[in-house]
Design a protein around this ligand. Sequence first.
Ligand SMILES: Cc1cc2nc3c(=O)[nH]c(=O)nc-3n(C[C@H](O)[C@H](O)[C@H](O)COP(=O)(O)OP(=O)(O)OC[C@H]3O[C@@H](n4cnc5c(N)ncnc54)[C@H](O)[C@@H]3O)c2cc1C
Length: 438
Amino acid sequence: MDNSRNVDFDAVVIGGGIAGLQSALDLADQGYTVAVVEKDASVGGKMIRLSKVFPTLDCASCITTPKMAAAAHHDRITLFTYCDLQSLRRTGGMVRAEVQQKPRYVDAHKCIGCRQCEYNCPVMVSDREQGGFSPTKAIAIPFSNAIPQIAVLNPQHCMLCGRCEKVCPTQAIDYFQEPRSFTLTAKVALITTGFEMTTLGDKPQYGRGRIPNLIDALQMERLLAPHGPYNRVLRPSDGKVPDRIAYIQCAGSRDKSMGVSYCSRVCCMYAIKQAMLLSGALPLADITIYYMDIRAFGKGYEQFFQNAQAMGINFVKAKVAAVEPGPDGAVRLHYEAQDGDGVSTAEHDMAVLSLGLIPAWNPEGICPLATGPDHFLESPRPKLSPVATVMEGVFTAGAAVGPKDIVDTITEAGNAAMAAGKYLAALRASSARKHLVA
Ligand SMILES: Cc1cc2nc3c(=O)[nH]c(=O)nc-3n(C[C@H](O)[C@H](O)[C@H](O)COP(=O)(O)OP(=O)(O)OC[C@H]3O[C@@H](n4cnc5c(N)ncnc54)[C@H](O)[C@@H]3O)c2cc1C
């Protein structure tokens, strides 16, 4: 893990979310060596940060952690975490990935993940991994089931007090660590860089992220997670148990003013899932989903939607036009319902914006891959080879190609590994033939 001595691989996978991990495992299990390059300090992508997953309501962490661990412990997979991809080029029949590893200020080979540095650090900082709702320390393991379990020091907040260095039992703290650049060479590459969400601040009508108790859906995933910031669902501004919770659908998708005219596909289903989990956690709460259309597109999804209706979740077919702060921390919505009479107003204790999904990575200036009008990666043959790219020997899968759920992501990741494996097998066969002729 994080071992850069072996720099020649059969495949390099860019992005260690569930798509990248699945592709890496599928290739490694066929006998190929794989490097996984991940920009975060842990692999796992968005899935490890979710609470439970639709439509089965499996615990996300319980089904993602084994995949992360399987990749980390696989003999033929090497994880390169906390790494930025600088360039990806095809030269001399090989793919060359120039990578820069960011400094953790902790020696990855010495850190044993004991968290003594974290426990003794006196500086509290807002924990991005917990939706910003609870604190972490200026030096910390990113989250409890992060892989690898290596601490990261945040140089913006560290006071250089030296406590972490004094308590570290393996002398792993290195305040002078520098970024480290290296080249990974492989015969094929897989791009699985996934998605980000549009930000709360993008839409002035929704308060530009300044309305208390108006949160995004990934933050709600953390409130619902078993090891979330409060261990229960509480309103962030004052710790009140919310009685009235609203979901605002298409709050960043199908909206030309946001530059996201497409449907983000998973928002209907994750809002329904979260509403069901909330009604389990808060049986007396009123939960309302304001939606334009419900797109329950996958196997078992329509039944999931019907189950939510049967549980008493309110569905209001309406477009929420504006959101503003209400009295006592409430969130006030102005909406036009399809069967209503003009604009109505409703107050909720808290509200969740189902934001749009946008690509996490732009290849411009890094490699000559093509993107579509939605800025996601595009295959030259999207129907018959959806995992191909315009670069020979470079494949793609998952949310890097467009918004998709976990089932479709896993299927596509397997497909990309199969296409890459086929390409590698053809290369082996042709070099064996050349050897025979020589
Ligand atoms: C709020 C919410 C709830 C959801 N709930 C569900 C659910 O219940 N069920 C379901 O089926 N789906 C759900 N989804 C969708 C699910 O999250 C995606 O299907 C899944 O995460 C896609 O996996 P991925 O690996 O393609 O992308 P990601 O999970 O985004 O992983 C991509 C990885 O690539 C890394 N990366 C990005 N750029 C680079 C770079 N340049 N270099 C190196 N690494 C890079 C990222 O750090 C990340 O680790 C939900 C989505 C949201 C937003």
